[in-house]
Design a protein around this ligand. Structure first.
Ligand SMILES: Nc1ncnc2c1ncn2[C@@H]1O[C@H](COP(=O)(O)OP(=O)(O)OP(=O)(O)O)[C@@H](O)[C@H]1O
Length: 307
């Protein structure tokens, strides 16, 4: 186990409904470092929420080991509770309380809560403090959930789909808040199925599919698992040079697409060849694979990797 990690999971599994039941999380290993934003990414039903609930200590694993700040977060909940913040998708607020009453009630259970006004300001709910929960929009309830999660100034924050259902302005505000929390040293583990959110915010990501970890790394590392592409149009029906390790496709109108793991080397070879042949390559483009391409390839493939 990585001793420097703030959150660790070893062979974490979670089954619903006894045996055989449904195995929502099937043995994942991960280690989240202090101060990083680690995202669990995956399509609907991949097991993100099921894993987050166990990592946050809200449910025990069926098998495997979880540690948060060195403790078992389920069995030793008392020891970690004051140091973590949790925001879930299902909120369960009391409909008749106001926003301020809800925050104050929660603050009463914390040792060092933020002032009410500060917490509401941070999530953009300052003008809604006297509104009853049942009159809040879904996005506002979402933000109230975030206010409660950060109320106790947690060292470790667990966020389940923190921007789901938010309008673009509220989403941007949430991203900025999360970035500020990271700057102040908070460790954040969040789930999302939004690729842009994951690649923009996360230091590292774990991609889940059918309860298994199928990708782990920085957005750049994951993108680099897919080939880069060079495209151009041939001005005349000439043969391409021999390009080792490159997959070349040529269509009937002279359009060429090259897939390569070494963009610089292949591009150099192509340009040198074109120069020697005195060819002008039309519409030349060269680009590395995007994170989105990698995600689609990883979640669509049957290969699974170890952490
Ligand atoms: N309480 C439960 N009882 C039985 N099955 C469950 C329960 N909760 C989740 N599941 C199943 O476990 C699987 C993983 O669900 P989970 O909510 O963890 O996925 P997710 O990746 O968070 O999906 P989403 O993006 O849709 O929220 C799904 O097949 C789901 O139907």
């Amino acid at each position: 186990m990585d001793q420097s990690a703030v959150i660790t999971a070893e062979r974490l599994a979670r089954r619903f409904g006894g045996r055989p039941g449904h195995e929502a999380v099937r043995g994942i290993d991960l280690a989240v470092r202090r101060g990083e934003l680690f995202a669990l990414l995956g399509t609907n039903g991949a097991g993100k929420t099921s894993a987050l609930e166990v990592l946050a200590g809200l449910a025990p694993p069926t098998s495997g080991t979880v540690r948060v700040l060195g403790q078992d977060p389920f069995r030793s909940r008392r020891l970690v509770r004051s140091r973590i913040g949790i925001m879930l998708q299902s909120r369960g607020f009391a409909a008749d309380l106001t926003v301020a009453e809800t925050v104050s009630t929660w603050a009463g259970s914390l040792t060092r809560p933020r002032p009410l006004g500060e917490a509401l300001d941070l999530v953009g709910l300052a003008t809604r403090r006297n509104v009853r929960i049942r009159q809040l929009s879904g996005g506002e309830q979402q933000r109230l959930g975030l206010a409660l999660a950060i109320l106790g100034r947690p060292e470790v924050l667990f966020l389940d789909e923190p921007t789901a259902g938010l309008d673009p302005a509220a989403r941007k505000q949430t991203w900025e808040l999360i970035s500020d929390l990271l700057l102040s040293g908070t460790t954040v583990l969040l789930t999302t199925h939004q690729l842009i959110e994951a690649s923009a915010l996360a230091d590292r990501l774990a991609i889940l599919r059918n309860g298994r970890l199928v990708g782990l790394g920085t957005p750049e590392q994951l993108a680099a698992t897919r080939p880069a592409r060079i495209t151009f149009r041939l001005p005349a029906p000439v043969s391409l040079p021999h390009l080792p390790q490159v997959v070349a496709t040529i269509n009937s109108s002279g359009g060429v697409e090259l897939e390569t793991q070494d963009l610089q080397a292949t591009l150099t070879e192509v340009l040198t060849w074109a120069h020697q042949q005195d060819l002008h390559l039309g519409d030349l483009t060269a680009r590395p694979a995007s994170f989105e391409e990698a995600f689609l390839a990883i979640t669509g493939s049957s290969e699974e990797i170890a952490a």
